[in-house]
Design a binder for this molecule. Structure first.
Ligand code: KG4
Ligand code: ZN
Length: 352
């Protein structure tokens, strides 16, 4: 058994095997999670190569590719898990936030399969999926915890009292941190998505050459702003010769500033709330400089930090199957009508 065994403790022991579907953006993810045995399969098809040609996600192409890939991937996931449709007790699909056309593919397929197989279905909040992803690991963090959610679309600090009890205590006023990574990477000709590539070239950077600001750290509060860092990178680039070394130096200066800003705010959140448990999730949590700096800060604060394994930092079906399983076990389900929402504030979710 991996992850936190909610089945016996809070949810009255209703065991379930759930098929999870993620299609909110540019990855088709399918997984099967069993409340007693843990994750039985986890398949991912990434559209990154297709969108790279355009320098970013093209929503219409994303939807069409989910249509092509989703059913074959579900078939493969069922085979990998050695599971027949009679053994599936419920279906979870990402219902938002995300690209609405892409979401509709997963929602329509998930809801239709649930109808055909006569099992309940649940629309999962994508960010709830991300912030519960560390629960799939061997030593899941206890409640309450602070979650730092850092993805391509969101930068948020959230206090998590229990599943579904979320309070946003800080968020970006402009660009998400992943978006700032991607935009800076684009300036440096690193292609799409730029975060991992920027991290890679930053390894050759000289940390003494440029110093970028740490936005909004000089005033109280837990909100962020990252659009200025990208502008700072652009101005630095224009003021210098664009050679290999300069690109690496800018990448490092940007990454250090972004990471330090996140770490300062996490430290502040720990001190202000007194909660010494931090969970970091979303695509940017794959960044190793961020992990190192957070670990160091946590040691100083006598706090614990939990991360999902690397492949569950970015979008995946496992986090949706898991979050959906918890909600289905608690008796929540969708009517035969379904909804996909491009926008969906996480603090409007109901608790279990
Ligand atoms: O969570 P995710 O897969 O998708 C969203 O829900 O947005 O996050 C994708 C974001 C992209 O902006 C990507 O550049 C960033 O996560 N990312 C990284 C790294 N790996 C992914 N940013 C910095 N360093 C990385 N290693
Ligand atoms: Zn995501």
């Amino acid at each position: 058994m991996t992850g936190y065994d909610f089945s016996d403790e809070i949810l009255g022991g209703s065991l379930m095997r759930v098929l999870g579907i993620e299609t909110s953006c540019d990855e088709t993810g399918v997984a099967i999670y069993d409340a007693k045995r843990g994750l039985l399969s986890d398949m991912l098809y990434s559209q990154v190569a297709m969108h790279a040609e355009y320098g970013g996600v093209v929503p219409e192409l994303a939807s069409r590719d989910h249509v092509r890939k989703l059913l074959p991937l579900i078939r493969e996931a069922m085979q990998q898990a050695d599971t027949t449709r009679e053994q599936i007790d419920g279906i979870a699909y990402t219902a938002g936030p995300g690209l609405v056309g892409a979401l509709l593919v997963g929602a329509a397929v998930g809801r239709s399969l649930a109808w055909g197989w006569d099992v309940p279905a649940i629309g999962v909040h994508h960010l709830e999926g991300h912030l519960l992803a560390p629960m799939l690991e061997a030593n899941p963090p206890p409640f309450p915890f602070i979650a730092l959610l850092v993805s391509g679309g969101h930068t948020m600090l959230i206090t998590v009292e229990a599943v579904g009890r979320y309070k946003i205590i800080g968020e970006s006023l402009d660009d998400a941190v992943g978006e700032a990574f991607d935009k800076t990477a684009k300036l440096l000709d690193l292609g799409y998505p730029g975060g991992p590539a920027l991290e890679q070239i930053a390894k050759n950077g000289d940390s003494e050459r440029f110093r970028f600001p740490r936005p909004m750290t000089d005033r109280p509060g837990l909100d962020f702003s990252f659009s200025g860092l990208k502008t700072f990178a652009m101005n630095t680039l224009h003021a210098n010769e664009m050679d290999e070394q300069t690109r690496a130096d800018i990448a490092l200066a940007f990454q250090t500033a972004a990471v330090e800003t996140l770490v300062i705010k996490c430290q502040r959140a720990i001190r202000e709330t007194g909660i010494k448990q931090l969970v970091v999730a979303g695509g940017v949590s794959a960044n190793s400089a961020l992990r190192q700096r957070l670990d160091r800060m946590a040691l100083k604060e006598r706090a614990q930090v939990a991360y999902p394994r690397l492949k569950f930092c970015t979008d995946n079906g496992a986090m949706i199957a898991y979050a959906g399983c918890l909600r289905l076990q608690a008796g929540q389900m969708e009517p035969a009508m379904f909804e996909a929402r491009a926008r969906w504030p996480i603090d409007t979710l109901v608790g279990l």
